[in-house]
Ligand binder design. Structure first.
Ligand SMILES: C[S@@+](CC[C@H](N)C(=O)[O-])C[C@H]1O[C@@H](n2cnc3c(N)ncnc32)[C@H](O)[C@@H]1O
Length: 227
């Protein structure tokens, strides 16, 4: 999708506004975005697999979509406990068909998920944190940290805020907006400095930021936060 015109991206939006998009978009179409993004081969998972995932006893995939990350974890031989949260019924059905025998699945909003200290790693891949506006990101990140066992880690994967995301109409001041036939998708891409700021605000002292380049030459970043 081309950026066609400049629009006001400062209007208020919420995570709830993206819900319809994920209910309506056919999975085959959404899956094609992994090809334009250049991570259909799971290169995002490869960046962190050996150091943080392979030996983790349990992983919770937060906003798991249709199971892309779970598939890549299993393809790489992950043998620990798997859990996943996904709000979209559309994506959850696919997740359920493919992985209900292997992973414990929850069809609810992350915000309503109340189980605590259940995983060694909480994974938020493919710009999951961007699904919330800037002023809500610390709060949601803090909530996600409660899913982790003591000594656990939260992993946030994001596109670099320095490049324009594909398939959006507007990208301005780290805010993107895509008006599509399936619904509106808005997001806010936090910079590394902002992620560090969020971490500090919730008492996390150790972070690591790993930059990587996808198959289509897109710069993306994985933030590792020790809870
Ligand atoms: C860009 S997709 C990423 C999917 C998956 N993490 C991956 O890497 O393939 C974002 C996902 O987050 C889900 N999501 C957004 N807000 C959510 C919320 N409040 N609770 C649970 N899932 C949510 C969407 O339904 C969608 O599946």
């Amino acid at each position: 999708m081309k950026i066609t015109k400049k629009e006001n991206t400062k209007e208020t939006w919420s995570n709830e506004d993206n819900k319809q998009y994920y209910e309506n978009i056919p999975i085959e179409i959404f899956d094609k975005y992994t090809i334009t993004g250049g991570f259909e081969n799971g290169c995002d998972v490869d960046v962190i697999y050996n150091n943080y995932l392979r030996n983790a006893a349990s992983i919770i995939d937060v906003g798991a979509g249709y199971g892309r990350v779970i598939k890549h974890l299993l393809d790489r031989g992950y043998s620990g406990k798997l859990m996943a949260i996904e709000r979209s019924k559309n994506f959850y059905c696919s997740l359920y068909k493919k992985f209900s025998g292997r992973a414990k699945l929850f069809n609810c909003s992350v915000e309503d998920f109340k189980e605590t200290k259940i995983a060694n790693v909480a994974l938020c891949m493919w710009s999951m944190l961007s699904e919330w506006p800037k002023d809500k990101q610390v709060e949601i990140l803090k909530h996600i940290t409660t899913f982790c066992k003591p000594g656990g880690i939260v992993i946030l994967e994001n596109i670099s805020h320095l490049i324009t995301p594909k398939n959006v109409n507007v990208y301005e001041q780290k805010l993107y907006k895509a008006k599509t036939e399936y619904g509106i998708l808005c997001g806010y891409i936090a910079s590394t400095e902002e992620i560090n700021y969020y971490a500090k605000a919730i008492g996390i002292t150790k972070t690591k930021h790993i930059t990587y380049i996808t198959l289509t030459g897109r710069e993306r970043i994985i933030h590792v936060l020790w809870v």
